[in-house]
Design a protein around this ligand. Structure first.
Ligand SMILES: NC(=O)c1ccc[n+]([C@@H]2O[C@H](COP(=O)([O-])OP(=O)(O)OC[C@H]3O[C@@H](n4cnc5c(N)ncnc54)[C@H](OP(=O)(O)O)[C@@H]3O)[C@@H](O)[C@H]2O)c1
Length: 284
């Protein structure tokens, strides 16, 4: 049985059905089963990683997909140690390309520390290091709905955005076939696009022009705090990561194609799947 942490997040939502389709038995974690909408073929487990008895929670799992949020490695370190205690054979950890590039922002540092804990815990391990997700562009939904506009922070880099289903496909491969133990895989899409090119692709699929607005970092920071209600520390952590990754987000790795034997999904495909998520409610 494969235990998926973060089963209701962007990656987990793609991973659970992919594992089930591959014939695996899946246990999926959430803190809120009533809202989780997890694939009914999976066994849903209700727990919070910060308060659960981790060895009891992980008992019976052969492999664990390790994905948690946050700026600290503590949660994943505790998961790795508990997994070793109860005989888990393989840990697959979701990390970030930032570790490959040696970034020193807090989010990347926490991933680097957690990777180390996973490598040293005892079970076999595989590290997946995706770059920025295409799904991050769902953040454009509100301004498109309200103003048919996209606001991007000045200097936002060209990015080789990766589709979460490609991350899930690689995760499925590493969790259901052998030969990936001790491997670390950087995962990106196949092409780097500027934010302006991304908005053009989106506008073409929507069949209407979308306004592209670059705004100073301070305004972008205020927008994020207002919109997500994140504490200043979390927003600053996000921008620190963005600053450090800016020089590298365009870098394309061929890992997805090498492992899956097909090119990565494109941003145009992602947009095509998600046009209904970007309506414009004209209030003129
Ligand atoms: N976005 C990017 O561009 C990007 C790029 C590279 C790496 N990453 C990394 O990807 C990870 C985020 O993945 P994601 O976007 O798929 O996740 P997400 O959409 O942010 O969802 C977070 C998941 O974590 C679970 N979770 C949070 N706190 C928990 C707790 N205390 N106990 C148990 N479960 C908890 C949530 O489950 P419930 O709410 O159901 O309990 C949910 O399934 C982060 O480590 C991030 O650094 C992101």
């Amino acid at each position: 049985m494969i235990f998926v942490l973060g089963a209701t997040g962007k990656v987990g939502r793609a991973l659970v059905p992919a594992l089930l389709d591959a014939g695996a038995a899946v246990r999926a974690l959430t803190r809120d089963p009533a809202r989780a909408r997890i694939d009914p073929r999976a066994e849903v487990v209700h727990a919070d990683l910060d308060t659960a008895d981790l060895p009891a929670l992980l008992d019976g799992a052969e492999r664990v997909f390790v994905l948690t949020q946050g700026h600290s490695a503590d949660r994943e370190t505790a998961v790795a140690h508990a997994a070793a205690r109860v005989g888990v054979t393989h840990l697959v950890k979701l990390s970030t390309t930032g570790v490959h590039f040696g970034q020193t922002d807090p989010i990347t540092r926490a991933h680097a520390e957690a990777e180390q804990a996973v490598r040293e815990a005892g079970p076999a391990w595989t590290i997946l290091r995706p770059g920025a997700f295409m799904d991050n562009r769902f953040a454009w939904r509100d301004s498109i709905r309200d103003e048919n506009a996209v606001y991007v922070p000045e200097g936002d880099p060209a990015s080789a955005l990766v589709h979460v289903r490609d991350i899930a496909a690689v995760a499925t491969l590493t969790l259901t076939t052998s030969g990936h133990e001790g491997a670390t895989y950087e995962l990106t899409g196949g092409e780097a696009l500027t934010t302006e090119q991304q908005v053009e692709i989106l506008a073409e699929a929507l069949g209407r022009p979308v306004k592209y607005v670059e705004e100073p970092l301070s305004a972008a920071r205020d927008r994020m705090m207002r919109k997500y209600g994140w504490p200043a520390e979390a927003v600053d952590g996000f921008f620190a990561l963005k600053r450090e990754s800016a020089e590298r987000e365009h870098v394309v790795f061929d890992t997805v194609e090498r492992l899956l034997g097909r090119p990565p999904r494109t941003f145009a495909e992602w947009v095509g799947e998600n046009t209904a998520a970007f309506p414009y409610h004209y209030r003129g």
